[in-house]
Design a protein around this ligand. Structure first.
Ligand SMILES: [Zn+2]
Length: 523
């Protein structure tokens, strides 16, 4: 069976993860990875901090620290947040010499194969400091949608802007200073040379991506494809080893593809093989990405072209699962305006299963959605916690003094199989949806509460349906699932529906009301 490689967008190490990040790629990738494991699949779920990004430089400047120090504290914070949310990764790989060598091997092979071109481009420069401005070092107006945007790609419309394309540019580190331009020779990767492969790739994925993200791919393919910078004048990042561009660094986004190959290798326990072994085509791994709409250009085009530029050496992703923005009280999460809730703060106050379930239920899968504290409280108590614990109580009463296994009727097996099929439909690609999986849990919870105590259903049939509900909820409700698994309950989502079911106690969910000071205090 081929290994599944599930990749969540690489977090920039310029701060911690807030619940908008979590409700985006990290929880979704985790739920998908946990589902796959419950079907018996071998899964590596991974990501890698993006230390070379220019946003590390601009944030460090704003905070009055160094980029290196910011990376260290941010990586530790991100690691803590992922662990606190129960994101089932091996951890974050170290960004050290092995990482650097992996990135350079990847880029040097493309250089040797003649994939890069030398171009003289017009780059914006902060007049006062002479610093070349790109990505997080520059803000202005997006030339495509006219929203405010940083360099590189626009968060609002998702379209790229490179070199001198951003309108009304300002340096983020010197907002009052002027910006001039200088002609600079750099290396680029011309994406237009891969148009035929890209067109065929996306023709095969019609209907497999969420519509908004696929619309952006169509918009990008309808125009001449940009030339991606491979090197850029800068002081932070990995020195580019190419004779054409002495003194330049690798453009940070060039690192992401080898970075996740390296993190896959590291997450597999650093086997005695090359960093890119798991991604080689002959092993037939199935790769799935989880990332935000604002990264469609990067993961959907740039990183795909970086794979294609290696010929047929690597697998390409089966599908990208793209999320939209999560709002807080009707406005976008914002670190600079402190309009956010850090994951660790929320998890310190509200039991993890309730947080995961509410984020799964409300995550922005097809359009922007909103997080509210009232909504979390309502989900945690009225919609999920109370009916779940009422069902657990009813089952305890019904099973009082019953031990061993109970027989299941053919009708009971059919009903359990139908439930299993609905859950699989929520978790399988391309229709993967945490929203629908969580809604399916609530639907069956209401139904099974009604059935508990109904003389028309046998106890064995009811118990099998409750077990199927628990197994279907397990990729989201991980602590309840772990307690059940520790007690020997079979939570496999692949097994045939059995003819008997072993008696078990449905673990209770903790209450949201007992520990809600963050919810109350910050409303
Ligand atoms: Zn835009």
């Amino acid at each position: 069976m081929p290994t599944h490689i599930v990749v969540a967008a690489t977090p920039t190490s310029n701060g911690d993860l807030h619940i908008g990040h979590m409700a985006g790629p990290y929880l979704a990738g985790d739920v998908y990875a946990r589902y796959l494991r419950a079907t018996g699949a071998s899964v590596i779920y991974t990501t890698c901090t993006d230390d070379s990004q220019s946003y590390v430089v601009s944030t460090a400047h704003r905070l009055g620290t160094t980029p290196a120090a910011l990376c260290t504290t941010s990586t530790a914070a991100i690691q803590r947040s992922l662990a606190a949310m129960g994101i089932s990764m091996a951890g974050l790989p170290p960004i050290g010499e092995t990482y650097r060598r992996s990135v350079l091997d990847f880029a040097t092979e493309l250089h040797k194969a003649g994939r890069f071109r030398k171009r003289t481009v017009r780059l914006p420069v902060a007049t006062g400091t002479g610093r070349v401005l790109f990505d997080g070092l520059i803000t202005g107006t997006c030339p495509v949608c006219l929203a405010g945007s940083c360099g590189g790609a626009c968060e609002a419309c998702g379209h790229p802007n490179n070199f001198d394309e951003l309108l009304d540019p300002h340096s983020t580190m010197d907002p009052g200073g002027t910006v001039s331009y200088q002609d600079t020779p750099i290396l680029v990767l011309p994406m237009e040379e891969y148009r035929a492969e890209l067109t065929a790739y996306y023709a095969a994925r019609e209907g497999h991506w969420r519509p908004h993200a696929m619309q952006l791919i169509h918009e990008l393919l309808a125009k001449p494809l940009p030339e991606v910078p491979v090197t850029i004048p800068g002081t932070w990042g990995i020195s580019a080893p190419f004779p054409e561009t002495p003194g330049q660094v690798l453009y940070p986004w060039i690192e992401a593809m080898p970075a996740v190959m390296y993190s896959t290798w590291w997450s597999a326990g650093k086997p005695a093989s090359d960093y890119d072994e798991h991604w080689r085509r002959e092993h037939g791994a199935e790769v799935v990405y989880f990332h935000g709409y604002d990264n469609v250009y990067h993961w959907g085009l740039m990183d795909l072209v970086l794979l294609l530029a290696h010929g047929d050496r690597y697998v390409t992703p089966k599908v990208n699962v793209c999320n939209e923005f999560y709002d807080l009280a009707g406005e976008k999460f914002s670190t600079s305006r402190n309009h956010l809730i850090w994951s660790v703060d929320l998890l310190a106050e509200v039991p993890r299963d309730l947080v995961r379930f509410h984020l799964a239920l409300t995550a922005p899968e097809q359009a922007r959605t909103n997080f509210s504290r009232e909504g979390l409280r309502d989900t945690g108590s009225r919609r999920l916690g109370e009916p779940w614990n009422a069902l657990a109580e009813a089952m305890s009463l019904a099973l009082n003094d019953v031990t061993g296994s109970l027989p299941v009727t053919p009708d009971g097996r059919r009903r359990a199989a139908a439930m299993l099929e609905r859950f699989r439909g929520c978790y399988e690609l391309p229709g993967f949806s945490m929203n629908r999986a969580a809604e399916t849990v609530l639907t069956h919870l209401t139904r099974l509460r009604g059935l508990a105590g109904d003389p028309r259903i046998t106890l064995g049939d009811l118990l099998l349906e409750v077990r199927t509900l628990l197994a279907g909820a397990a990729p989201i409700l991980i602590d309840v699932a772990e307690r059940a698994a520790a007690a020997g309950v079979d939570l496999s989502l692949a097994a045939e529906v059995p003819h008997t079911v072993a008696v078990f106690d449905l673990p209770r969910l903790p209450s949201v009301d007992a520990r809600d000071s963050v919810l109350a205090a910050t409303r």
